[in-house]
Write a protein that binds this ligand. Sequence first.
Ligand code: COA
Length: 382
Amino acid sequence: MSDELQRGLEGVLVAESDLSYIDGEVGELQYRGYPIEDLARNATFEEVLYLLWHGELPDRDALAAFSESLAAEHAVDDAVIETLERLVEADERPMAALRTAVSQLSASDPEPDADPEDFEASLRKGRRITAKIPTILAAFDRLRQGKEPLEPREDLSYAGNFLYMLTGAEPDDVSEETFDMALTLHADHGFNASTFTSIVIGSTMADLYSSVTGGIGALSGPLHGGANQDVMEMLFEIDESDKDPVQWAKDARNDGVRIPGWGHRVYKTKDPRAKILQGKLEDLAAASGGSKWLDYTTEIEAYLTDEGLVEKGIAPNVDFYSGSVYDHLGIPMDLYTPIFAMSRAGGWIAHVVEYQEDNRLIRPLSRYTGPRDQEVTPIDER
Ligand code: COA
């Protein structure tokens, strides 16, 4: 056993997985061997979920049955809505509200005593959780605006139903396709921090609700999922300041500020998902005639590239362009990370079930660096 310390588990192999292949040097991502570009163009999020959970792309009949079973699980209990009402009153943040509500979902799971080694039952739980996350988020957003939550629509796609429940209007084709694609791009990404958190919890054979709740907690941090909101906040800050984007980035660099949406533990070149979202942003900007966010992000990217960041392995990641895309779709900024969770839950569930099929409790070591053999002084003598 090596006693070399691997801070942040960087570069440490801990498991084998058939789910996502990532080449961080060339900027490549595949789910079960299918390039992300191909999936984004030619498969819906429902197909991607099926692929991740069942190992192959569905045919038409399998997809219809799967989509129907997913849509049938969208509705949440009144008790969950009541919890959301209380969280709105307490001014809770959306990621924390989602974490609380997902945890509560287990109370109404119809198979509470399912054997953790019954992986089909786990996937059914996973399907329920994934189906209910959009309903929770849309309800939370409407409640905080003083509006009634809307009943989910089983006749719409996963992406379309979420946008409908959020806005109260059926989305147009471009919005639905764009959002569906964004969900596909975020669905899985190897052993990232939130997926690993879910797997650590799953390795104790705890149930899937615990794994997904833990994954949401890990994703909420600014070094992980929270970066997409940070990027949008940066763009708004630039817009409200008297600086142009390049001057803003220059000052941020001089102040030692990390540029949100840049850098990645695995990608040492531009994230392939960022390239796809950038293309989508170009389409949205052209269609809407509003290219401000596209211009800002493109100018910042060109400046930081000239400054040699990309050469050093710090390049745009998926979050750099996703926020601008969501802004075009009219999605509130503080829902960007929860939306990431909506999609990534699919990956968490796939990984936990895959890991549990050949389970080994995850239990690393730490090197003790504190004092030893101290004596306890009675409290009155301290
Ligand atoms: N802007 C400017 N410099 C950055 C940077 C960024 N966004 N990200 C990393 N760097 C620099 C660090 O300052 C460090 O430089 P140094 O060696 O001169 O000190 C070097 O790159 C390595 O950084 P490190 O923190 O060791 O990399 P990491 O692999 O631990 O970090 C992230 C990965 C994602 C945590 C980091 O890049 C980051 O904080 N990015 C911004 C947040 C973000 O977008 N997160 C979403 C990831 S999908």
